[in-house]
Design a protein around this ligand. Structure first.
Ligand SMILES: [Zn+2]
Length: 837
């Protein structure tokens, strides 16, 4: 692995108070001119000022002390590229006091989706045009103007943008020009606007409705009013992340904001609602109160990733979104955090590459999961009260993790700091092992905790222990915790009263806790009827099977035993439970593709999904909710993927009708139909699909198609997809996922990895210093199954540096080794079991 780069924080002897900034982009030459006057305070005598600056040219810089009359000190300018900073040296010392720093500079409107950059779009007449956009988080404000680019150095800004008359200019606060766009005021009088591409006004309506509902919801939740007079939500064509919470001007990639009432799927709507909820939460949590340093990034992201669910649950109860949380966020966190190459939520962060690296599942999903557990532990009233205290105390300032714990501890009277420190300062989480005995009408459980490791092997170094809020439910009142306790030592006994010998007792009620549970097989057997008749609630059914798959992967139980439990989900009708179960079976499916028994797995799966697909049918019923649509999509996709004849025939028929324009596919059927015809298709299908891509006007449709075309069987066509991914027909932010689309088969994974190696220089140049690089490593390596591959991947990255993806590379290699171990240990018995079915 390449050596870690040093990174210096800026000196603190001079601090900015107000920037007067003027930027003039030139959209023909892709350059910009800038001028800034920064009111600064010199705190101690110094002959130089250091600030961040990257890929900017400075024409002149000077300093004028407030009491120096007209006298300017001209600076000598020296860049320090290794620190992404510039040192301005003066001929004589600056004395403590106020002054102004004036800088003239120029830069490039780059094509890297960071700093001040260009974004390409088409006008309604099809003309190719460009806009100029900013993306500053994490460390890229310095690419737009020299500045103190650190979260704790707050200042105010007066911004002037010089743009041609026919262009719209937007900033954090209101500008003078007004436009004919969807806009509305929320009930507190804040102006809310959604900016869509020209001519697509109606696609902003859904996000606008969500935002107008959400702002008052947060106002009430935090008991602090949104502090700015307006908020704009704007869709940007070229955009690396999902969205960026700039105060008063939130930027989104198109697929995270725009909803076409006719052509957007239920999933897209849900996604837009979550992202809008997330970014608006940041207006308080992140913007009003900011983390002191990147170590506390998780405070922003974990919190926003939790409360986005609260907000969507409020706006759209029909999504049953908290159950989906258990699958998408808790599940994702538990998976990554079981690796030996995981990291603590709070982590020392130095170099910008390390900052980019922590925009990962630990900061977002584990952060959100521990907040959910904490919310449950202290209760909603105390949580709201503590949150209000925290935001009030630190508004317009910065805070660290302990500040939040202190406020929540005070509000709840519970040892929040002690409990939460065990979750944020050490990596990983426990598996709680349960043994039980019946004593009269009581069930006595012995709970024991140890670190859960994905390979079942304890860490060589360090001792791990958590303070685990534990809740326990029983068959007589499945949705309510019968006992709530704190497991704050290695082992303890808990008595659950009024339980008959045949009743189940479940640890981790509603899957709120961030831990896994291991039961004896006798205990496990008691759950089987409750899964079958669904008296065990959905989040518990989901959590139970998820734990079982993870324990099997770790070699702590046998996979065959888990597959037997899967048989109990015969009456399952909950979308989210299916979704999680499908993810777990999908992992096994990928491994079994490397054996001669994959056909048996397909047969097993077809049998599993057939009843649910049949009960839903192909066509939406009038009264059904979005979850039924999502479950139909899931079941048909699986059946299509595994080649179920009936499904393939129907999908082909509907696809032809769609292509010919006879009967256009409804949005929720596009995913399964496209995938089914591609997996089972030939060159003709491929060409039809590419034509649909070219004709698609909406980014959602382009993304849907481009992610599924890689599942075409033919290797030659897969190669075409890989080249297509790099072409300018695919937006840079989507390329990685189009590449990943070819990895559905063993040969596809081979092609993908070879391609990524061949194109590494180009890909690294495009994505270095961004989280897309980590995704690229993940999609191209994660699913290999041999030790030889693990070594090969390691070797490649020894000579091909990828600083922003270092941890991901180690995680991927660890995953490959986990796969290899599983294959060795389980594949024979699993294949035997599948054959016997
Ligand atoms: Zn965020």
């Amino acid at each position: 692995m390449p050596e870690k780069k040093e990174f210096k924080r800026l000196p603190t002897d001079v601090k900015p108070e107000n920037y007067t900034l003027r930027l003039q982009p030139d959209l023909d030459k892709f350059t910009f001119k800038g001028q800034e006057t920064i009111d600064v305070k010199v705190l101690s005598s110094t002959t130089s000022i250091t600030l961040n600056s990257e890929e900017i040219e400075i024409q002149s810089a000077c300093y004028k002390a407030a009491d120096a009359g007209d006298q300017n000190l001209k600076a000598e300018v020296k860049f320090e590229p290794e620190n992404a900073s510039v040192v301005l040296s003066f001929p004589s010392a600056l004395q403590p006091g106020s002054g102004q720093l004036c800088i003239d500079f120029t830069g490039e409107l780059n094509d890297k989706m960071k700093g001040f950059y260009r974004s390409k779009y088409s006008s309604p007449s099809g003309e190719e045009k460009y806009g100029a956009v900013t993306q500053f988080e994490a460390t890229d404000a310095r690419r737009a103007f020299p500045c103190w680019d650190e979260p704790a150095v707050k200042a105010t800004f007066d911004v002037t943008l010089v743009v041609p008359k026919n262009r719209v200019a937007l900033s954090n606060m209101p500008v003078k020009s007004e436009n004919d766009l969807p806009e509305d005021k929320d009930s507190d009088g804040v102006l809310v606007r959604v900016y869509t591409p020209v001519g697509k006004k109606e696609q902003g309506q859904f996000a606008l409705e969500v935002a107008v509902k959400t702002l008052p919801f947060y106002n009430k939740y935090f008991q602090i009013a949104y502090p700015l007079p307006k908020i704009d939500l704007i869709a940007i064509a070229d955009f690396a992340a999902g969205a960026m919470e700039n105060w008063g001007l939130v930027t989104y990639r198109e697929t995270a904001l725009l909803i076409d009432p006719k052509n957007s799927s239920s999933k897209s709507k849900q996604w837009v609602a979550l992202v809008v909820g997330h970014e608006l939460a940041h207006q308080w949590f992140g913007n009003l109160v900011t983390m002191e340093w990147w170590t506390h990034l998780w405070l922003n992201e974990g919190f926003a990733s939790w409360i986005e669910y609260l907000c969507v649950d409020y706006c759209f109860p029909e999504f049953d979104i908290w159950t989906q949380f258990v699958n998408s966020d808790l599940g994702r966190a538990l998976e990554m955090d079981a690796l030996h190459n995981s990291h603590a939520i709070e982590i020392p962060v130095g170099h910008p590459d390390e900052v980019d690296e922590i925009f990962d599942a630990i900061s977002y999903s584990k952060g959100a999961s521990v907040i959910r557990m904490l919310h449950d532990y202290v209760g909603d009233e105390s949580f709201k009260k503590g949150m209000n205290q925290y935001l009030t105390k630190f508004k317009y300032k910065n805070a660290v993790t302990e500040d939040l714990w202190e406020s929540l501890g005070k509000a709840s009277g519970k040892p929040v700091l002690d409990v939460m420190t065990t979750w944020t300062k050490q990596m990983g989480y426990p598996v709680v092992k349960v043994s039980e005995k019946q004593e009269g009408s009581n069930r006595v459980l012995t709970l024991t905790q140890e670190k859960f490791c994905a390979d079942g092997v304890q860490e060589k170094e360090g001792s791990f222990s958590w303070m685990v809020p534990v809740s326990i439910s029983t068959a007589s009142d499945p949705k309510k915790a019968a006992v709530v306790t704190l497991l704050d030592k290695t082992s303890m006994d808990v008595t659950v009263p009024n339980v008959s010998p045949d009743q189940w007792v479940k640890v981790n009620c509603e899957s709120v806790g961030v831990y896994r549970v291991q039961y004896s097989s006798e205990t496990l057997d008691r759950f089987i009827p409750a899964i079958k008749n669904k008296t065990l609630p959905p989040r518990d059914r989901l959590g139970l099977q998820n734990d079982l798959f993870a324990l099997a992967r770790a070699g702590m139980i046998s996979t065959v035993d888990v597959l037997k439990v899967v048989g109990a989900f015969v009456n399952e009708d909950d979308y989210t439970v299916w979704s999680d179960l499908t993810g777990n079976l999908g992992q096994i499916s990928i491994l079994l593709q490397n054996t001669d028994g994959f056909e048996d797995f397909k047969t097993f799966s077809k049998k599993l999904y057939k009843p649910v697909a049949q009960s839903l049918g192909w066509d939406a019923k009038e009264s059904e909710g979005p979850l039924a649509a999502m479950l139909r999509e899931l079941a048909l996709t699986r059946l299509g993927k595994y080649g179920d004849e009936e499904t393939v025939t129907e999908a082909r028929k509907r696809f032809e009708n769609h292509v010919s324009g006879k009967v256009p596919l409804p949005a929720d059927l596009k995913g399964p139909v496209y995938l089914t015809v591609m997996v089972n298709g030939d060159e003709t299908t491929f060409n039809q699909m590419m034509k649909l891509y070219d004709e698609a006007d909406m980014q959602e449709e382009k993304v849907r198609i481009s992610r599924c075309i890689g599942s075409i069987k033919s290797d030659e066509l897969k190669k075409k997809v890989l080249d297509f991914a790099m072409s300018d027909k695919v937006r840079s932010q989507d390329t990685v996922f189009v590449i990943g689309g070819v990895t559905g088969t063993v040969q596809g994974r081979e092609l993908c990895w070879q391609f990524v190696q061949d194109k590494w220089t180009e890909l690294h140049e495009r994505y270095k210093g961004g989280f897309l690089l980590s995704r690229l490593v993940e999609v191209s390596t994660d699913n290999f199954v041999t030790e030889a591959r693990a070594k090969e991947v390691e070797k490649f990255f020894e000579t091909h540096s990828a600083p922003a993806a270092e941890r991901k590379i180690q995680q991927s290699v660890e995953n490959i080794r986990l796969n290899a171990k599983w294959m060795e240990r389980e594949s024979t018995s699993v294949l035997k079991f599948l054959r016997s079915q």
